[in-house]
Design a protein around this ligand. Structure first.
Ligand SMILES: [Mg+2]
Length: 220
């Protein structure tokens, strides 16, 4: 392995509390909720509209889904300033650098807002490519990962061998995207998804980002 693709929400950014709070704002406008972090863990899925159908126990129309998603994002944007990096995020990213590997960030959070959220956290300079979502809402990660790896290849000035890449994320969607491209994935049990569900994917599961790197074979 020589390149790490980091996930943002729930991986480098410890934002579970803010996410649950924001889902509850969206649900409240539909006279539903609130849910707890455990409810979130147990029910979260992509496409995200299925998650809301589960929480509301009924089908959700396209218009309703857009409304829910806008409300979620408005609430989340406000709560975001309180979210901290994962306890060992900085140390893990420095370790990747020290090992002579490259690293990048792929998030399903809107691209411009992702850049704003990253500003001032002291990690932007370590990332050779940063990609958020530029179109669509709550889509699966696979298509974004395809484009992201093309972006990374451009930055390193050559084709990228999938066997040299490891994805570190906290969600089943991260694992699915990695599998689709034949790249390795380590899942970080940050608390946003049940550990048993992560383990069931067959990918290695870690309790910290530093541990995830050790599993991925990052050594200085
Ligand atoms: Mg995530």
């Amino acid at each position: 392995m020589q390149h790490v693709v980091w996930d943002w929400n729930g991986t480098l950014l410890n934002d579970l509390e803010q996410v649950v709070q924001s889902v509850n704002v969206a649900l409240a406008s539909f006279n539903a909720g609130p849910i707890t972090a455990d409810d979130y863990r147990a029910g979260y899925t992509r496409p995200v509209v299925l998650f809301y159908e589960h929480l509301l126990s009924r089908p959700v129309s396209h218009e309703e889904w857009e409304q829910l998603d806008i409300m979620f994002h408005d609430a989340y944007r406000e709560a975001l300033a309180e979210a901290q990096l994962a306890p060992d995020a900085l140390a893990a990213m420095e370790a990747v650098d020290d090992a002579g590997w490259t690293q990048s960030l792929l998030s399903m959070f809107p691209h411009d807002e992702l850049l704003e959220t990253l500003a001032g956290r002291g990690i932007g300079d370590m990332l050779i490519a940063i990609d958020g979502l530029r179109a669509g809402r709550g889509e699966r990660k696979y298509g974004s990962l395809v484009r992201h790896l093309e972006h990374v290849a451009q930055k390193i000035g050559g084709p990228l061998d999938p066997t040299t890449v490891v994805m570190i994320g906290d969600a089943l969607d991260d694992a699915d995207a990695a599998e689709g491209l034949g790249i390795k994935c380590v899942l970080y049990a940050s608390g946003s998804h049940p550990r048993a569900k992560l383990e069931a994917t067959g990918h290695p599961v870690s309790d910290s980002l530093i541990e995830a790197l050790a599993v991925a074979g990052v050594t200085a």
